[in-house]
Design a protein around this ligand. Structure first.
Ligand code: DQA
Length: 139
């Protein structure tokens, strides 16, 4: 069974409460339940969230040589973090970068991703479904 880990970065613990006009009104926990119901029989799915850059780097190191795929929404760190980009580059597990909103339809500072060049691909702008599309890319 494939092991796929979803990693969410800062402020994504507030999904459902945070800017619902941009990110929707579902919490990630309820969406994750849906993912487990849909993919649980074919994928060993795990989920990790942190608001801290170093913790995200540590998690990439911990799982990045054994998991089959990582679905990563680094949130604001996408646009700022050389450390997370270097970690994505250092590990052997492929990473798909996801965003709930279409970052290219938003402020120009969101158009830059430090991670992108080291990922398998990017899925942006499909709401929570971005995560599902990323999971499917590993199946
Ligand atoms: C986000 C887009 C980022 O620009 C933003 O900082 C986030 C969420 C998204 O999922 O749309 O926190 O990654």
């Amino acid at each position: 069974m494939k092991q796929i880990v979803i990693i969410n970065g800062p402020n994504l613990n507030l999904l459902g409460k945070r800017e619902p006009g941009v990110y929707g009104s579902d919490s990630f926990e309820s969406y994750y339940e849906h993912l487990r119901e849909k993919y649980g029989s074919e994928v060993a799915l795990r989920y990790y969230q942190s608001n801290h850059e170093g913790d995200l780097v540590d998690k990439l190191h911990e799982i990045g040589f054994t998991a089959d795929g990582i679905v990563m929404n680094a949130a604001a760190y996408t646009h700022t973090s050389v450390a997370i980009a270097d970690a994505v580059r250092a590990i052997s597990t492929p990473v798909v970068e996801v965003h709930i909103s279409n970052v290219y339809a938003r402020e120009s500072f969101r158009h830059k991703s430090y991670l992108a060049a080291h990922t398998k691909g990017i899925i942006t702008g499909f709401g929570m479904q971005s995560y599902e599309l990323a999971i499917q890319s590993f199946l």
